[in-house]
Design a protein around this ligand. Structure first.
Ligand code: TRP
Length: 454
């Protein structure tokens, strides 16, 4: 199916849902969600996350997809097609730049996954369960850098080779497998002695664990996990025909993505209680949480094969996501600067190698470089999720309110959907979104500079 412009388009509804879900499910669900939920309030975090996804996330996905479908363009040109004003185009650019900053550190974590997969394949999986093994790995510049480069090379090989369809086919089979395997690990994890306290901590909101940071981190995580505020959904929307009910597909993607995140939480958090005591220090481990906890679970499940299978599936999920991040970055250079694909891909490779290496070295040789008191990887994560994405989201909301107009965007959505949640959409876009974004942006910046403690 082709649209008049000659732009390729998804083959109907299923194609759109699969592509969106494929980009949504990745390390964000499996690695990032559990450590944030563990650190920032357990059940309170989960509740805030779900509420945000159903209101704010819903409105953002709908807006971005509708903008893409109205214009048939990728973010910079989509913004530009409504107005030639510099400020409006800048709104498109900030959306487009974010993937370029995410893909390097995403690939560093992808490298950690490669390291663990290799350990389980070569029969050293047991050693990964020992205290300090993850820290030991991070401390080695050569090991972390090599693993990062391995993952980055796989990503760029797909981009250069143009075998994107191939890996998507593989991932269509592997994603459901990942869901099933996660369920098996969850079953095991929640039945360990002492794990029940973790299940309670994660599923039952206790507002003594709530802080402003719960909302800040939940919002950043929602953007990240649903791939919002970086132009990807605008691009996907541009491939979408008028036959696709955006409202329904949005709900499906949200449910699927959140379900995987909740399962990952149930896999990791109870295990923190069962194997590492569940105190604040164990829960607040941050980015290393999954890598420290899961090997202990696999060890007590008594099989290296489960480690091999698990990390292989996570690797696939991570690879599909990093490929689509890198692809968006390339597409921006191709579309906006008129570059050839190899030239765009070469520049993306250089950015990827440079910024990714910085993130790796931040854990060892460059550990003394700690921007705002964070390691370099956490700094990139903070910069993109807590600073740039709120700004990019605000740009999209302002575009809808000031330039496109509520009536026009609602008309676009209504072309294909019954638009049952029009009231929610309108309320969020008109009243909630900008206020919440401002609070989040100001408080996360103040927190980072130590002006307030939230
Ligand atoms: N949502 C992905 C995850 O949860 C990460 C991600 C953010 C992403 N933006 C993206 C993936 C854009 C693909 C395209 O891991």
């Amino acid at each position: 199916m082709k649209q008049e412009s000659g732009r390729g388009s998804f083959s109907g509804k299923l194609g759109y849902v699969l592509a969106t879900a494929g980009s949504a499910v990745g390390l964000g669900n499996i690695w990032r969600f559990p450590y944030l939920a563990a650190k920032y309030g357990g059940g309170a975090f989960l509740l805030v996350y779900i509420l945000l996804a159903l209101t704010f996330g819903y409105a953002m996905i709908m807006s971005e997809t509708a903008i893409g479908r109205m214009t048939g363009k990728s973010p910079v040109s989509a913004f530009g097609s409504f107005s030639r004003k510099r400020l409006v185009r800048a709104g498109g650019w900030i959306n487009a730049v974010i993937p370029m900053l995410i893909v390097p550190y995403y690939s560093v974590i992808g490298g950690w996954v490669c390291r663990y997969l290799w350990a389980y394949l070569s029969g050293e999986g047991g050693a990964m369960a020992l205290d300090g093994s993850f820290e030991g790995f991070l401390g080695s510049p050569v090991a972390t850098e090599l693993c990062f480069l391995a993952f980055a090379a796989m990503t760029m090989a797909v981009i250069f080779g143009g075998v994107r369809n191939g890996i998507e086919k593989v991932s269509k089979i592997m994603m459901p497998l990942l869901a099933v395997l996660t369920l098996v690990v969850v079953g095991f994890s929640v039945t360990r002695p002492g794990a029940l306290a973790g299940v309670k901590y994660f599923l039952i909101p206790d507002f003594r664990n709530f802080s402003l940071m719960t909302v800040v981190s939940a919002l950043g995580q929602m953007f990240y996990s649903l791939s919002i505020a970086m132009g990807i959904l605008i691009t996907f929307g541009s491939y979408t025909g008028r036959d696709v009910d955006i409202e329904r597909t949005t709900a499906q993607v949200e449910v699927f993505d959140t379900a995987i995140a909740v399962l990952a939480g149930l896999m990791v958090i109870p295990a923190v209680f069962a194997f590492s005591g569940g105190d604040a220090a164990a829960l607040g481990k941050g980015p290393s949480l999954m890598f420290v906890t899961l090997p202990r679970v696999f060890e007590s499940m008594g099989g290296a094969w489960i480690g091999v299978l698990f990390f292989l599936l996570v690797l696939m999920a991570a690879l599909t996501s990093s490929v689509s991040l890198a692809e968006t970055a390339c597409a921006t250079f191709e579309d906006e600067l008129g570059w050839s694909r190899p030239k765009a891909a070469a520049l993306v490779s250089v950015i990827l190698a440079a910024l990714g290496s910085l993130s790796c070295l931040g854990f060892n040789v460059m550990a003394h470089v700690a921007p705002m008191g964070m390691d370099i990887l956490s700094f990139f994560d903070f910069l993109t999720n807590s600073v740039m994405m709120p700004v990019a989201a605000a740009a999209t909301i302002l575009l809808v309110l000031r330039v496109i107009g509520m009536d026009n965007i609602e008309a676009e959505i209504s072309r294909s959907s019954a638009f049952r949640r029009r009231g929610v959409y309108r309320f969020v876009v008109k009243y909630l979104a900008l206020a919440l974004l401002a609070v989040i942006l100001v408080s996360s910046i103040c927190d980072a500079f130590g002006l307030i403690h939230i």
